[in-house]
Design a protein around this ligand. Structure first.
Ligand code: HSE
Length: 395
């Protein structure tokens, strides 16, 4: 018992194997017995890798080995990863994963299986990479009704925006660097179009608000529409542009949840989160504001969270609290466009007098921060003008 099988040995999986080898003494001290990585399921040719002797190609070896108590999934997606995770749980093995797509789309079902089988499905690494976030949320903040969760949860887009704004790098070059550094998804459009952030938001909402939020229900906008002009004008108005995943209770049980670029005031801590770093602000009705900050992507930070989850399944045994959430409650979800907010607008064709307080006029364009209004009212005020950009302002 108490041996580990790793599914996939790419960027994050390689990090898990490296931590298990290099920090073996710390791991042993932490749980009171050696923590052995017995198998690595990998299709690639791994001869020459230091763990080549552990590589196998058949998942059923892991599934049928009673010595394996934990399976660490680093394959990604909801194809074979989902199939193997489900089989591992049904075989009575705990699973740890960094797979946000799988948890966002199938978490409800997989957690029910884990509960039924009295094993654990832990996914700390799925949101915020190496930042301790989900465990503090579900343990340390469990006395709270969570009112709001708002954060920078995609390292790739934060890296790209930072490089564009601070170093004048163009979008394609910044994205290529993020890929080289191992931050980006296999298909980086999931980063750039906000889908990765949206999946992470679903997991946060599931845990914070207690009912399943299906990914397809979350309005999602990425960073393709953010231009250097927008960033420069935002800067002059005293704001930074950040891709935020944001969910907020409105009244009692209803809430909004969406991903979009926002203008964030310079004195808000989220405005200073640069590069691949992530930060998530959580507001509870008892604790007030909290902020979790750290490396949101990359091999070792993500692997760090996964190995901690491996240890947790061993250390806490069956005394551990099961994480779960309830089925979807569609009536709770409110369209964010219907909720009044301030907006940043850049447009041409004349300035709207209602926006004059916070307005810059330059090269034929007007850039303004509007008073709070819903999107339909904003569009009515801009009728007949040529709209270049519309972003929310974080209030
Ligand atoms: N592509 C993701 C990011 C990896 O850039 O944040 C971590 O989930």
């Amino acid at each position: 018992m108490n041996k580990v099988a790793l599914l996939g040995c790419g960027i994050v999986g390689g990090g898990v194997a490296a931590i298990m080898r290099d920090n073996a003494a710390y791991l042993e001290k932490s749980v009171g017995h050696p923590v052995e990585l017995k198998y690595i399921l990998e299709k690639r040719d791994c001869s020459g890798e230091p763990w080549a002797d552990k590589v196998i190609g058949d998942f059923s070896v892991i599934e049928n080995d009673p010595e394996i108590s934990v399976v660490a999934e680093c394959i990604g997606g909801v194809g074979v990863a989902y199939e193997f995770v489900k089989r591992a749980l049904l075989a009575g093995k705990s699973v740890v994963t960094c797979n946000k797509q799988m948890i966002a789309e199938r978490g409800l079902e997989l957690l029910a299986i884990a509960k039924e089988k009295k094993v654990f499905l832990l996914f700390e690494a799925s949101v915020g990479g190496g930042i301790p976030l989900l465990r503090p949320l579900t343990n340390c903040l469990s006395a709270n009704r969570i009112e709001e969760v708002c954060g920078i949860v995609n390292g790739t887009t934060n890296y790209i925006l930072t490089q564009m704004i601070q170093c004048g790098q163009d979008f394609d070059r910044a994205l290529a660097d993020a890929q080289k550094l191992g931050y980006a998804e296999a298909d980086p459009t999931a980063d750039v179009d906000g889908i990765d952030a949206m999946r992470k938001l679903c997991i946060l909402v599931d845990l914070c608000f207690g009912s399943n939020l299906p990914p397809e229900k979350v309005p999602t906008e990425g960073i393709r529409g953010v231009t250097a002009e927008d960033a420069a004008l935002a800067e002059r108005l005293g704001y930074a542009i950040k891709l935020l995943a944001h969910a907020r209770r409105l009244d009692g049980e209803r809430f909004t949840a969406y991903v979009a670029p926002h203008l964030v005031a310079r004195d808000n801590l989220l405005a200073s989160v640069s590069g691949v770093m992530n930060a998530v602000a959580v507001r509870g009705n008892a604790v007030g504001e909290t902020l979790f900050y750290g490396a949101g992507a990359g091999r070792m930070p993500t692997a760090s969270a996964m190995v901690a989850d491996i240890l947790d399944t061993m250390r806490r045994g069956n005394g551990r609290k099961f994480i779960d959430w309830g089925p979807e409650q569609p009536e709770r979800l409110v369209d964010p466009d219907a909720v009044p907010t301030r907006w940043f607008v850049r447009y041409s064709g004349g300035c709207v007098s209602a926006f004059s307080e916070d307005c810059i006029s330059e090269n034929g364009f007007c850039a303004a921060i509007t008073p709070p209004m819903d999107r339909a009212s904003l569009m009515a005020k801009l009728a007949g003008l040529e709209i270049e950009s519309v972003f929310r302002v974080l209030d």
